[in-house]
Design a protein around this ligand. Sequence first.
Ligand code: SAH
Ligand code: TYD
Ligand code: ZN
Length: 409
Amino acid sequence: MEYKCLICRGEVKPFISFGRMPIANAFLSPDQYKNEHFFMLETGFCTGCSMVQLTQLVDPDLLFHADYAYFSSISVRMAEHFKQWADAARATYASSNDNFVVEIGSNDGIMLQHFAKAGVKHLGIEPSANVAEAARKKGINTRVCFFNEKTAKEIVVEYGQADLVTGANVICHIPDLHALASGLEALLKPKGVFQFQEPYLGDIVTKVSYDQIYDEHVYYFCLQSLQKFFNGHGMEIIDLEPQDVHGGSMRYVVARKGARPVQPSVKEWWAREEALGLSKFSTYQQLAKKIEASRDQLLALLKQMKSKGLRVAGYGATSKSTTVTNYCGITPDLVEFISDTTPGKQGKFSPGVHIPVVPYEKFKTAKPDRALLFAWNHGHEIVANERAYVQGGGRFIVYVPAVKEVEGV
Ligand code: SAH
Ligand code: TYD
Ligand code: ZN
């Protein structure tokens, strides 16, 4: 099977297949098992433009809807992260209340609330109606739709052009990136900037964090592939800065070509990515071998726990955990339940392998011997909250960057 790049139509060479996979965020009840949607999760490298991407996509309407499971504000640490970002972005790019700020994928308003509170003219674009409603309740102006060229043009007609457009953990979700870029070309003022932040391919490669690969993440971005893409649309990345969230992210600043000075960070990161080999197929062939080894080690460790009679529970019913459980073959006989603080996930079962998802309180009372840390990206926050669990003899199992049992992260 030959795959064509979603961006340049060049050849995409697959390097890892995770097999048949359910929708990562589709926690479900037993009566829904018979209609569960599956697709082939496979990742490839484009020999034309070097963009790493999924070879097969799930219809976005099946992913983002009125029952979307992910509420951004569930994490205290992420709330703090977005406050800092919003404050810095306001000071640099939108210091006057007449400035217009648009956020793509504004979810429950975790970022935009800071602009709204300060009285800045703003708009959130959010296709999942339930999370958009949570944002509206906080007084955040939100439109329920997908961001693309058409909706961008409608925004310009209604509100005028924007000084700042932001996005977090959403741009890699958008299959038609050309429609995103055309939308930005229409929406941004001549000196306007687009600031966005996504899981960073360099971290996936160095940490073997393969659980970032799931249906919503169509693309795995780095500077080199993104710079080529934006250049094709008369824009350029003028600055980038790593962020210690979601297991390693990168924040990029994009402007129209020549509109703003290019910062030294661009040259520095380009050289780092050269050294890491992010534009070479062989890098991903090596990554695939490491992913397979990680899967074998994790499954072996869980089987060993079972043979010793130790009880294992999952910590955090993340989207990422759907890739891990289904790819490694982690079934309810190996992991009894997954505890999660999100009310909408509780009482349901995890996609594909159908492990029960229970309220966090159950973790406290059931006292499993081991907690498989599916929410490893929130590890510091979780370990700080779970001192008593460790003092009582509990241990965490982690698999990023390596499979091991630990007391803390
Ligand atoms: N920005 C938030 C939410 C990330 S989850 C955060 O970082 O925590 C991704 C969000 O993007 C979801 O709320 C989803 O509904 C939304 N989304 C998906 N495709 C989109 C598109 N084309 N335009 C705007 N939002 C989109
Ligand atoms: P997250 O890792 O942010 O995202 P993704 O779904 O993109 O992989 O998901 C965090 C999940 O973990 C969310 O469902 C809430 C849950 N969680 C807890 O149960 N307890 C906690 O202390 C934290 C921080 C998260
Ligand atoms: Zn390509």
